[in-house]
Design a protein around this ligand. Structure first.
Ligand SMILES: Nc1ncnc2c1ncn2[C@@H]1O[C@H](COP(=O)(O)OP(=O)(O)O)[C@@H](O)[C@H]1O
Ligand SMILES: [Mg+2]
Length: 343
C-alpha cells in the first residue's frame, strides 16, 4: 500500500514537520507500506520528491496537481502518475491542522490519518474548543475572547496579572505571551493580533504541565502521562531552540489516581472535540484542579516528540503506532464511505 507522507507547508513549523516526516518514513513497516514523499513549499506548492529535504521544501521539477474525486490517483504531475491509497498529513498549524487540508482530502476522496475537517477545525480554534470542553464539564482556564481589538479595562476587571495572551488559531506558542503588567498586556495583544483576528486572554494557571496521547476512532485509548517542565512557560524558543531549558519527563512521576483522572479526561476531551485517529491533549494541573489547556490533532513526530514517546512507554512502539494510525484512517474512511449521500 502506498502511503503519501505530506510535510512542510506554510507554517512556522515547516522544518519540524520535515523532521517528523523523516521519523515516520523510517518507522513505516516496509513489509506493508511504501512511502510516497509529498513536500509542500513555504509558498504552498506541492511537489513529488525522491528524498526528504534537510530543512526546507523548495521548488523542484515534479510539481503536483490535485484532482477532485481522484481517489488514490488524486495527485498527478505532468510526467508521472502517482498512486496513494492513504495519506498522512504531517503538517502543523494553519492549513495543515485546521481542517483545510482535511476538507481537500474529502473532496479528493482519499483516506487520511487523523481528525476530519470538523474535529481539526474545532480543536484548532481555542475558543470553540473550550466551549465544547466546558459543555462536558471539563475545566478550562477562564478566558475572554476578542475580535479585531481588545478592551484592556474589561481584562483588568476580570483577571489579576499575569495573564496569558494568545492567538485563537495558531500553535507552537507563536504569538503567545505572558503579560505581567498593563504595558506588557498592550504589547502582547498587539503581537497576538498580528497572527489572528481572534485573540484569547486567559487567567494564569499556576500549575504543572502534563500531556497525554490519545489513539483511536470511536473507542479511543489514552497513553501514560508525560510532564513538560519549562523554566517559565513553554514558549516557541523553549520548544525548538537548542538552548531549551525545558525538561520532558516521560512518563511523569505522578500518583496513579491523578494519572488515571488525566487519562479519563483526555479521552473525554478527544471525543467532545470530535477528534479521530490521534491527538495529544495538553493539561495544566494545580493542587486543586485539572484543566485542559489545548488539543493538538497533528502532534509532533520527531524522535523526542511527546506523542510517540508516550506510546512507546505505554507499550506501543513507533512502528506499530504508525501502522495503527493508518489502519484507523482506513476504518474512518470506510465508515464515511458507507453512508448514503442521497435519498
Ligand atoms: N492559562 C495559562 N496558564 C499558564 N500557562 C499557560 C496558559 N496558557 C498557556 N500557557 C503556557 O503557554 C504555552 C503555550 O500555550 P498554548 O495554549 O499551548 O499555545 P500553543 O497552541 O501555541 O502551544 C503552554 O504550553 C503553557 O506553558
Ligand atoms: Mg501548546
Amino acid at each position: 500500500m502506498n502511503v503519501g507522507i505530506i510535510f512542510g507547508g506554510k507554517s512556522a513549523e515547516h522544518e519540524v514537520s520535515i523532521q517528523s516526516a523523516k521519523n515516520i518514513v523510517e518507522a513505516l513497516d516496509k513489509n506493508k507500506f511504501t512511502p510516497v514523499l509529498i513536500g509542500i513549499s513555504k509558498e504552498g506548492k506541492w511537489f513529488l520528491l525522491e528524498e526528504l529535504p534537510k530543512t526546507e521544501v523548495v521548488e523542484s521539477e515534479n510539481e503536483l496537481k490535485i484532482i477532485p474525486g481522484g481517489g488514490s490517483q488524486f495527485l498527478t504531475t505532468d510526467k508521472k502518475s502517482v498512486s496513494v491509497e492513504v495519506v498522512f498529513p504531517v503538517l502543523h498549524g494553519p492549513n495543515g491542522e485546521d481542517g483545510t487540508i482535511q476538507g481537500l482530502f474529502r473532496m479528493a476522496d482519499v483516506p487520511f490519518v487523523g481528525s476530519g475537517l470538523l474535529g481539526s477545525a474545532v480543536a484548532m480554534d481555542k475558543q470553540v474548543s473550550k466551549k465544547l470542553l466546558e459543555s462536558k464539564g471539563i475545566s478550562v482556564a477562564k478566558y475572554l475572547s476578542f475580535e479585531e481589538s481588545a478592551n484592556i479595562d474589561s481584562i483588568e476587571k476580570e483577571f489579576n496579572y499575569p495573564v496569558f495572551v494568545k492567538p485563537a488559531n495558531l500553535g507552537s506558542s507563536v504569538g503567545v505571551s505572558k503579560a505581567k503588567s498593563r504595558k506588557d498586556l498592550k504589547s502582547a495583544l498587539e503581537k497576538a493580533f498580528r497572527y489572528d483576528n481572534k485573540v484569547l486572554v486567559e487567567e494564569f494557571i499556576d500549575g504543572k504541565e502534563f500531556e497525554c496521547s490519545v489513539l483511536g476512532n470511536r473507542k479511543p485509548k489514552a497513553s501514560k502521562v508525560g510532564e513538560v517542565r519549562p523554566e517559565d512557560f513553554y514558549s516557541y524558543e523553549e520548544k525548538y531552540s537548542d538552548k531549551s531549558q525545558t525538561e520532558l519527563k516521560i512518563p511523569a512521576d505522578i500518583d496513579q489516581s491523578l494519572e488515571n483522572e488525566i487519562r479519563k479526561i483526555a479521552v473525554e476531551a478527544f471525543k467532545v472535540n470530535m477528534c479521530k485517529g490521534m491527538a495529544r491533549i495538553d493539561f495544566l494541573v494545580t493542587g486543586k484542579r485539572i484543566y485542559v489547556n489545548e488539543l493538538n490533532t497533528i502532534p509532533g513526530f520527531t524522535k523526542i516528540s511527546m506523542y510517540p514517546k508516550l506510546w512507546e512507554v505505554s507499550g506501543v512502539d513507533y512502528q506499530n503506532l504508525i501502522t495503527e494510525l493508518i489502519e484507523l484512517a482506513l476504518e474512518n474512511y470506510k465508515d464515511k464511505d458507507e453512508l448514503k449521500t442521497s435519498y
